[in-house]
Design a protein around this ligand. Structure first.
Ligand code: ATR
Length: 275
């Protein structure tokens, strides 16, 4: 058996993933003899690939699109948190080849806010969450667990938001899609989990100027780092937090489990991942 711990990120396509850069930075920074690579897995071959990786010395893997749901089904053991979200992003292989699945996206989301908006109080008022895809699921669970009293959920395709509200309970209220002019004055925070604002997509057109200036605005989009939403929120006087930190923080628990060191999320790491 290979004594050098191996890990990677599984998806398809995977070439664009920043995870190899960020884990690679930590491995070098902490002088750990280990490797982390991108692994492009063809459709239909996930179970076989995971079994083989575990056999040849991999200690675990991250999982991304389109395998987050399938990985959960294949795993032998699933954390309660990943079960609630319905998707896995972090796998740990035990020496006997068993697969444990967890989801650290919500952890990454909250830690990003704690690091970059330390005054944020989740209990201070309602949160507006835009989008009802996979990222939204993890963030809704994280916000509920953090003690947010009420979540207003808005998605272009309202039915998807209704499904999430039904699943995650009465603190979630589905509201109509943008411009949300009447809703924003009551919000303590706004979270964009849609693709809007990402390079190549239109901007998210909501009336940011009607938010209280005490509101926190955050985006899971990190390319560009400062989305139009964040720029407008800042110009209005709100605190804004970009989406890169969520990506960096969600990687911490996996690195810790695989390589035995709790890594720090630093400015040097951010710079390396952006480079
Ligand atoms: P992820 O797993 O990253 O959340 P996803 O499941 O594809 O990805 O979800 C993308 C989100 O962005 C959805 O909320 C989607 O809205 P729909 O459910 O209506 O598709 C939202 N989105 C993407 N493009 C959009 C656009 N042009 N306008 C509004 N919402 C958009």
């Amino acid at each position: 058996m290979n004594k050098i711990p191996l890990a990677g990120v599984i998806g398809s396509p995977i070439a664009h993933s920043k995870s190899p850069d960020l884990h690679g930075f930590w491995l070098r920074d902490y002088a750990i003899k280990g490797h982390y690579i991108p692994i492009d897995v063809p459709q239909g071959e996930l179970a076989e690939t995971l079994a083989r990786l575990a056999r040849i010395g991999f200690v675990g893997a991250n999982v991304t699109i389109p395998y987050k749901e399938e990985a959960l089904k294949i795993a032998d053991d699933v954390s309660d948190h990943a079960k609630r979200i319905g998707a896995a992003n972090t796998l740990v292989f035990s020496p006997d080849g068993k697969i444990y699945a967890d989801n650290t996206d919500g952890y990454g989301f909250i830690e990003n806010l704690r690091q970059n908006a330390p005054d944020w109080d989740p209990t201070s008022g309602p949160a507006l969450v835009l989008g009802a895809g996979g990222a939204s699921r993890a963030i809704l669970v994280a916000l509920l667990d953090a003690g947010v009293p009420k979540i207003l959920l808005s998605n272009r395709t309202k039915e998807r938001a209704n499904v999430l509200a039904h699943e995650f309970g009465p603190k979630i209220e589905v509201i109509d899609w943008a411009p949300l002019t009447h809703t924003l004055p009551d919000c303590a925070m706004v979270v964009n989990t849609t693709s809007l604002g990402m390079t190549g997509y239109p901007a998210l057109e909501i009336a940011v100027e009607t938010l209280p200036q005490t509101a926190l605005v955050t985006d899971i989009v990190y390319a560009p780092l400062k989305t139009d939403l964040l720029k407008r929120a800042e110009a209005h006087g709100c605190t804004s937090v970009d989406g890169l930190g969520m990506l960096l923080h969600q990687a911490v628990p996996g690195f810790e489990r695989w390589f035995g060191k709790t890594p720090d999320v630093t400015d040097a790491l951010r710079a390396a991942v952006l480079a």
